[in-house]
Design a protein around this ligand. Structure first.
Ligand code: SAM
Length: 470
């Protein structure tokens, strides 16, 4: 695969020398929030823990339920203030046109355009916030090409490549849109905007923005609006957070838009932690630039492929599997599982909360079964459930689980290095991006090994059951 990378690009100009912020001595963010009518608990301080960058820390015990931060609605940075009557946002028309060219999945770039505009504007209202933003991000679009390869995981390489290509193309679109603009009418104050600074803005937003409820739709749901929440976005992530974002939209909240409250009692010197979401390491790395060891929501993606499953089943000792030539009734079920037919989605996951994606498990159970009537006795949900007790019999279950174990062995074999080698490389040390890439792939391999371990246990217990029944 030809990889795009942004490392050959000139970094967006800045002269910072103080720990990784846009300017050496940025204004006091807490003071600014208070000055603007926001609330910050008197025990909250900004501090640097050396591993997660800056964060918020409690300088004394804080009881559960206490308000920690509250922001009035003029502080968050949004793409455009959408009026209550739905009037179009007051945004520079060039930015609106450019934002229209951003694919929905890269929504962060949209808000990133606004961020860049405010970064370039002399006297921007948000300068006290923007100047406190990191100068660089550890997301893989900024990895050297070698470290992108070091990720060793095709679905992520594909995403990184896609983002880099988008940024390189978008750079051209932005240049074209800014051509011949009068200096007074230039959304970035006449500054050149290249792929690196677009990448900076996109990463600043993807790693810090929160999606808050917007207007209520006729069907009762809400639009969600991505916003940058100054100071609140200094909270680092944990799956066991001690703080929570609460959106205020009821009566009696005056102009307060969003609050952070203590979800648990917080002790002196504890960091304030929010849960950014139950995300896989792919998303943590792509959007936030870090990975979480033993992330319970991480998984590996495989392509459902009949020939590969035949090979896996045969390796597992299953005689004449027919994944690549299912019978018509089996094929019908594959269509229902969206593993065949026009609406098919062949991406299946191992690991995460389900351990084996239900669609894959059901397909294996069904294709390894010969008794159509027995299969039709069960609904699809039962066939998809790993906790269902061998719905098609013990022999069928053992064959299905052994096939998945063999699939895991094949998937592990696709990684060019073994975990032990990765760990030895980490010991030797390397750049931050090399270490991040190696940690990412160690986690992916660990998922496969954990799935194999779990399924092997299940096979053993099924076999023991069979023996005791006999
Ligand atoms: C919303 S910001 C939090 C404030 C940030 N630490 C800073 O220095 O400005 C999110 C970023 O913090 C870092 N971060 C947050 N939680 C982390 C965690 N659990 N492990 C490693 N890095 C984390 C990552 O760099 C991430 O992109």
């Amino acid at each position: 695969m030809v990889m795009a990378s942004l490392t050959h690009r000139r970094p967006f100009t800045c002269a910072a020398s103080y720990p990784d912020r846009l300017v050496p001595y940025p204004p006091d963010l807490i003071k600014w929030v208070r000055l603007e009518g926001g609330f910050v608990h008197q025990a909250i301080k900004i501090s640097n823990d050396g591993t997660t960058g800056l964060g918020l820390v409690a300088s004394q015990d804080i009881p559960k339920g206490s308000p920690l931060i509250a922001l009035p609605d003029h502080i968050p940075l949004k793409f455009g203030p959408i009026a209550d009557d739905g009037a179009p946002p007051q945004v520079h028309p060039v930015l609106i046109n450019l934002a229209d060219q951003v694919p929905e999945e890269l929504w962060a770039m949209k808000l990133g355009l606004k961020l860049l505009q405010e970064r370039a504007k002399v006297g921007s209202f948000w300068w006290p916030y923007i100047s406190n933003l990191p100068q660089t991000y550890s997301v893989p679009i900024f990895f050297p090409g070698e470290d992108i390869k070091n990720l060793q995981y095709a679905p992520l390489l594909h995403q990184v490549n896609k983002r880099c290509r988008f940024l390189l193309d978008f750079e051209q679109q932005v240049k074209h849109a800014l051509e011949n603009l009068d200096q007074n009418d230039h959304p970035f104050g006449g500054q050149e905007v290249d792929a690196s600074c677009l990448g900076w803005a996109m990463s600043a937003v993807s790693s810090r923005a929160f999606r808050l409820y917007g207007k209520k739709l006729p069907n009762g749901s809400h639009t969600d609006i991505p916003m940058m929440l100054p100071l609140i976005d200094m909270c680092n992530h944990s799956f066991n957070p001690n703080a929570q974002i609460v959106q205020e939209n009821g009566a009696g909240t005056e102009n307060i838009l969003v609050k952070v409250v203590a979800e648990t009692p917080i002790q002196q010197n504890d960091a304030l932690l929010l849960n950014y979401g139950c995300l896989s390491n792919d998303l943590f790395l792509l959007d936030y630039g870090f990975v979480i060891a033993s992330n319970p929501y991480d998984c590996i993606e495989l392509k459902y492929d009949g020939a590969l499953l035949d090979a896996a089943s045969m390796a597992a000792g299953v005689s004449s599997p027919n994944f690549s030539s299912p019978t018509p009734w089996q094929q019908q079920i594959l269509v229902q599982l969206k593993l065949d037919g026009e609406a098919s989605n062949l991406k299946v996951n191992l690991g995460g909360q389900q351990l084996v994606e239900g669609r894959l498990l059901a397909a294996l159970r069904v294709l390894l079964a010969s008794d159509m009537e027995l299969v039709h006795k069960h609904d699809l949900e039962t066939l998809k459930s790993l906790s269902a007790d061998a719905p098609l019999g013990i022999a069928n279950e053992v064959a299905a689980l052994r096939s998945i174990i063999a699939l895991c062995v094949i998937a592990l074999g696709h990684f060019p290095t073994k975990i032990m080698e990765d760990e030895a490389m980490l010991k030797k040390g390397g750049s931050a991006s090399t270490e991040l890439a190696i940690n990412f792939r160690i986690q992916k391999k660990s998922i496969i090994i954990d799935v194999m371990r779990d399924l092997t246990k299940r096979v053993k217990s099924l076999l023991a059951k069979e023996i005791s029944a006999a």
